[in-house]
Write a protein that binds this ligand. Structure first.
Ligand code: HEC
Ligand code: HEC
Length: 431
């Protein structure tokens, strides 16, 4: 049994050539991980940082003017304190239903979404009497905030084979005697119609591709339409022509620059000084011993270079790399879920049901209603707010908030001596 497991682990971590995998580069220096040269990376970063205005297509409904505004700390692509508002309601069928938000005095209803955009471009000089600010009606009684997350190192996450995550879920469930069973959902890859991948990005694992996520963010955070999301959320007050994002002289859309920027980021670096202390090292052992590492998996290895993951072929610098995300990227019910199901139209566009997607099951999304992706703990020391809603502000409170699948592990934490609890916290502060 032990030997079998060892063989399985080795086969998951060997790269194609059979050589041991090399480590993913780390750092908060905004330098390229090697995917592109530094000048190209800097040019991509300029796009990520760029502040968009109404004439470039910003809005009509939006949350912020640049990717950087929410992904900034401590370097471009990092985290921030920004949260967004999501709401919906339970219908008479006891199922979750997306929000219906009347705007413009009730003449238009925004539907098919759970995101409530906090900003709008009118009333304005051009549209003095059109009011489109979204406000939550009382009937939308399921409400939560969701905190911005870091995108640093996400190119490595994207390059993990679906099968690695599927296998991880299987082994975790078996080893915990069905107490901890992460859920995998297959999500559409918008740039490859019909194809899906194992979701790994966002609090609800709503995307598998960084290009798809970038299109989603450009529309839903900034109101900028693209080839992947060609339709505005509302036409009211809209002046720019669609899609707002069109190819530049180099043939690339902003979208392509965002995805390449993220793919070329280095993984978050640890605090090497703290990590070397006996307290953090003891904390790291306890973290594994009491079961935190079952979900917060210390290391993963990307697929070998050249592997085709839907529309994306793993490039040489991202292939066969080991990285340390402290996450299984699977969905779990740890008692914190907000009860909001991933809205299909918002994340995958209004034509989602026109194509047939492999392994795509809306029922799977409904069954994950109260689940959240295991928060990757890399870089957690640099986050001022914690958990999906940003409502928790200390590491200790974050741990105690875990219930559901994590109840037994949380109990074990509570039973540790104060000193050992402090060792685990010291370990987390080194991540
Ligand atoms: C108003 C704030 C805001 C803006 C602007 C914003 N994001 Fe985000 N971003 C978030 C939040 C919040 C999440 C978590 C989303 C969720 O799952 O609910 C997120 C998640 C992501 C993720 C998933 C990362 C992961 O590891 O799970 C990617 C990729 C991303 N954003 C890219 C972008 C890009 C590209 C832009 C610019 C086009 C952008 N974002 C603009 C707030 C923002
Ligand atoms: C069953 C899986 C599971 C286990 C076991 C587990 N966690 Fe988590 N952890 C999660 C999930 C899921 C979240 C996100 C919950 C949310 O945002 O509502 C999370 C969030 C966190 C966060 C917040 C991170 C952030 O950036 O917001 C910390 C810190 C954390 N866990 C530490 C621990 C520690 C320490 C242990 C062991 C005592 C542990 N976890 C055990 C699944 C797990």
């Amino acid at each position: 049994m032990k030997i079998l497991l060892a063989v399985a682990i080795i086969s998951l971590t060997m790269s194609s050539a059979g050589a041991p995998p090399s480590e993913a580069p780390t750092g908060f220096d905004n330098r390229s991980n090697g995917l592109v040269d530094q000048a190209t990376h800097q040019a991509d970063q300029v796009k990520f940082d760029e502040v968009e205005g109404v004439s470039e297509g910003l809005g009509p409904l939006y949350n912020a003017q640049s990717c950087l505004e929410c992904h900034q700390n401590p370097a471009t692509g990092g985290n921030s304190q920004v949260t967004e508002l999501r709401v919906g309601h339970e219908g008479p069928d006891h199922r979750f239903h997306n929000a219906e938000i009347p705007i413009a005095g009730g003449s238009v209803v925004i539907s098919g979404r759970t995101l409530v955009n906090d900003r709008a471009i009118c009333p304005s000089a051009a549209y003095p009497s059109t009011e489109i600010q979204e406000r939550v009606p009382n009937t939308e009684n399921i409400r939560t905030t969701r905190l911005a997350v870091s995108v640093l190192g996400d190119g490595f996450v994207e390059a993990v084979a679906d099968q690695t995550l599927v296998e991880l879920a299987r082994q975790q469930c078996k080893a915990s005697h069905h107490k901890i069973c992460g859920q995998v959902i297959y999500v559409p890859i918008l740039e490859a119609p019909g194809q899906t991948g194992v979701g790994r990005f966002g609090w609800k694992d709503q995307h598998a591709s960084l290009l798809s996520f970038s299109g989603d963010a450009y529309l839903n955070e900034m109101g900028i339409t693209t080839r992947l999301f060609p339709d505005e959320v509302t036409k009211l007050c809209n002046t720019a022509s669609e899609p707002n994002d069109s190819p530049a002289a180099d043939g690339l859309d902003d979208l392509d620059h965002f995805a390449r920027f993220i793919r070329a980021t280095k993984a978050p670096a640890r605090d090497a000084r703290l990590a070397a202390t006996p307290e953090a090292q003891r904390g790291s052992q306890l973290f594994a011993k009491i079961g935190c590492a079952v979900c917060h998996v210390p290391s993963l290895t990307t697929a070998p270079a050249g592997t085709k993951i839907s529309a994306f072929t793993v490039p040489a610098v991202l292939g066969g790399r080991t990285f340390y995300p402290y996450s299984d990227f699977l969905l779990h019910n740890v008692g914190t879920g907000d009860g909001i199901v991933v809205p299909m139209q918002e994340h995958y566009g209004p034509k989602i049901y026109q194509a047939k997607w492999k392994n795509f099951s809306v029922e799977e999304y409904h069954s994950a209603r109260f689940k959240i992706r295991t928060a990757p703990l890399w870089g957690v020391r640099l986050r001022s707010r914690l958990m999906h809603d940003g409502e928790t502000v200390t590491l200790h409170d974050a741990i105690l908030r875990h219930a559901g699948e994590a109840a037994e592990v949380t109990r074990r934490f509570s039973k540790l001596s104060r000193k050992d609890q402090e060792n685990i916290l010291q370990f987390l502060r080194s991540l």
